[in-house]
Write a protein that binds this ligand. Structure first.
Ligand code: DHB
Ligand code: FE
Length: 295
């Protein structure tokens, strides 16, 4: 598909922002967006004063330095209210802030490179044995794609019992469970690796994605003249007993939005360069994962 086709997709009813926002808020309330750490415990006043104080001072500095007017201050209030009303807090936070939290977390992480989780993971998806095909519609559009690889520990030991939880958009950039289409469970699944930690997964190549354009996050993005696009990506959670779960994404060489990801989540180490298999339009990529033992 081309960029123009994607952008011309008419808003669904209710709006794409409200549908995605409501589902993402529900997921976050259920704790599903916090896979990398337990809920923050009792607040340490010193920590609150330091971090919240620095965040507020950053905003106050912007007001002073750029002579923000009452009209602009009120526009900001209205925008914050709209983010709440549409349920877009998880979308906004994962696009504009999660990548910094992830980079801090990555400082103390070994094994394969990770990136943000984003707002669209769902639990309890189809459990599949490798080689596996993700659940999809009979006529699922998009280029057939095979992803194969092995999961090992940092010392090279193959991890029998590893699982690769995968979710991605369809060929039009929609996530199942967060848009009025595609159907529940589409292009989501948890693949069990073989006894050598190997997996083989058959799916469709995803398409680039725009954050919902009809909600406050998308409107703010466009008002600033920033691109609302994420390069096409496949989300993964790679897990194995006794190991720290890897949260990552895979991107595609040649994607026009690489290096200009609205969520700042793309990294050079995460780019795939799939090659034709010789079987029609089908393409294939190899990708191994290294997990860090839990201490
Ligand atoms: C958003 C969408 C994504 O696909 C993602 O990985 C991160 C954020 C969003 O719309 O907020
Ligand atoms: Fe995503």
């Amino acid at each position: 598909m081309t960029t123009t086709e994607h952008q011309s997709v008419p808003p669904t009813s209710p709006s794409a922002a409200v549908t995605a926002g409501a589902h993402a808020t529900e997921s976050a309330r259920a704790g599903l967006s916090n896979l990398r750490g337990p809920a923050a415990g009792g607040a340490d006043p010193q920590r609150v004063a330091t971090v919240v104080g620095a965040a507020l001072e950053g905003i106050r500095a912007a007001i002073r330095d750029h002579e923000v007017t009452y009209a602009e201050f009120d526009a900001f209030k209205q925008w914050l209210i709209a983010v709440s009303d549409t349920g877009e807090w998880p979308l906004f936070l994962d696009v504009y802030l999660e990548h910094e939290v992830e980079k801090v977390a990555a400082r103390s992480q070994q094994g394969s490179v990770g990136t943000i989780l984003g707002p669209f993971w769902l639990p309890d998806q189809a459990q599949l044995d490798s080689p596996a095909t993700l659940p999809m519609r009979e006529d699922e559009p998009g280029t057939p794609m095979i992803l194969v690889g092995q999961v090992t520990s940092t010392d090279g030991t193959p991890l029998a019992g590893a699982t690769v939880d995968i979710w991605h958009t369809d060929d039009e950039g929609w996530y199942s469970g967060f848009a009025s289409r595609p159907p529940a469970g589409n292009l989501r699944g948890v693949v069990r690796c073989d006894d050598q930690g190997r997996y083989e997964l058959h799916t469709r190549k995803p398409a680039p994605y725009t954050i919902p354009l009809d909600g406050p996050t998308g409107q703010m993005t466009q008002a600033a003249g920033w691109s609302p696009w994420r390069p096409a990506h496949i989300h993964l959670l790679v897990a194995a007993p006794g190991h720290r779960t890897l949260t990552s994404q895979l991107f595609f060489t040649g994607d026009p939005y690489l290096g200009n990801d609205v969520a700042s989540a793309d990294k050079p180490e995460l780019t795939l360069d799939p090659q034709p298999t010789g079987n029609g339009a089908e393409i294939r990529s190899d990708r191994d994962f290294v997990l860090e033992p839990e201490s």
